[in-house]
Design a protein around this ligand. Structure first.
Ligand code: ACO
Length: 349
């Protein structure tokens, strides 16, 4: 049975760097607060009109495809993870297919927020293991900056997020012991509303304990995105930060240990852990809990903030570019986020 190796990796970071100091012109915040609570020093924002989630993904994909030594015409399938798509529908996968002038291959979008890339990798891995496809383009890309509340009201969320894209070519290999060893996917929808963007959506308050809008007099056509929703900032992401933090520091170590235990490996076997970059404090907590050395954990949230589905492929790409990942190394990726969903993947490079 073939396994899936990462044959090429690329990332794209938009040019516009936004420091914590820069954010002070929009909201009441301080560089000290942001650095102390999150570790973030700066993030990058895509160009308002010239860059989208898809255009950034295309740039990252071109690099990944070139590094894999193939062309866009060799790609058999696209799996695209994002929570900030160019359109409500269709998804970004088809836009990549068009932009890279690929064959009329399948394209699938994944909506699993911070764990989206690991989910996408897992889906692609199954297609390769069954022999259905040989080269799959797996992408994580986000343009958060277009949809954040930059007033003081939204500061607990907006300071965290940044834009960017990462992509890998997942390729079938027969080489013994190389590639994705296993992936582990989880969800717990009990807390779905603790980290969510409610609108535009069809919920009409069905699930929400605190009504997010008065729908009683809403006319058809107003339901999708009313002025009232916009006034109350219900078109922006909501997050109960402390609740998410508490769950994350339990689920991150748990899902990493699940992957290691399943494969009779220990934390000492990990060459490098690429955690989803949600908060430096979360990564440090996980490192401490698993007694990992500094060189076993890769963090770059200081420079990019939380880029959600893009954070793992960007970090993986940078770690690889810095020579921190070599053939034969054991790479562990782990993520936790909205849903809640969490996931891990173990890869023998
Ligand atoms: N600047 C200054 N003060 C702020 C800011 C800011 N940017 N944001 C919030 N504050 C204030 C709050 O108003 C509050 O003030 P108060 O005490 O007067 O009420 C105080 O700081 C503390 O707020 P908390 O929200 O309790 O701060 P906390 O220490 O929990 O840090 C944070 C917030 C950084 C968001 C943290 O909770 C966190 O990282 N949570 C997890 C995030 C995460 O992992 N998300 C998952 C991935 S995202 C995804 O899936 C899309």
């Amino acid at each position: 049975m073939p396994t899936s190796k990462i044959a090429g990796i690329g990332c794209y970071i938009p040019e516009n760097k936004v420091t914590n100091e820069d954010l002070k012109q929009y909201m009441e915040t301080t560089d000290e607060w942001i650095q102390e609570r999150t570790g973030i020093r700066e993030r990058h924002y895509a160009h308002r009109t010239k860059e989208t989630t898809t255009t950034m993904a295309v740039e990252a994909s071109k690099i990944a495809i070139e590094r894999a030594g193939i062309t866009a015409l060799d790609i058999d399938f696209i799996v695209f993870a994002t929570l900030s798509p160019d359109y409500y529908f269709p998804g970004c996968g088809v836009l990549v297919q068009r932009a890279l002038q690929m064959k009329e291959i399948g394209a699938l979008d994944i909506r699993n927020q911070c764990s989206g890339f690991v989910y996408a990798l897992s889906v692609a891995d199954q297609f390769i293991k069954t022999g259905m496809y040989k080269n799959i383009l797996v992408i994580g890309s986000e343009k958060h900056s277009f949809g954040l509340d930059f007033s003081t009201r939204g500061r607990n969320v907006s300071v965290l997020f940044g834009d960017g894209a990462g992509a890998v070519v997942l390729q079938a290999t027969e080489k013994e012991g190389q590639g994705i060893i296993s992936t582990h996917l989880h969800s717990d929808g009990q807390s779905a509303e603790l980290l969510a963007m409610y609108n535009p959506g069809t919920h009409a308050n069905h699930w929400v304990k605190e009504p997010v809008a008065d729908y009683t007099d809403a006319a058809i056509g107003e339901m999708f995105m009313s002025e009232q929703m916009i006034d109350k900032a219900q078109n922006f992401p909501f997050m109960d930060g402390p609740a998410v933090f508490k769950k994350a520091i339990v689920k991150f170590p748990e899902v990493i240990m699940e992957a290691l235990t399943k494969n009779r490996l220990t934390t000492a076997d990990i060459t490098i852990l690429i955690p989803h970059q949600a908060n430096l404090r979360i990564s440090q907590f996980v490192q401490q809990k698993l007694a990992l050395r500094n060189d076993q954990v890769f963090n770059n949230i200081q420079h990019y903030g939380n880029t959600t589905a893009a954070s793992i492929p960007i970090a993986l790409c940078e770690a690889w570019q810095q020579g921190k990942i070599k053939e034969g190394d054991l790479v562990c990726m782990a993520a936790f986020g909205s849903g809640f969903t969490w996931a891990s993947a173990l890869v023998r490079w």
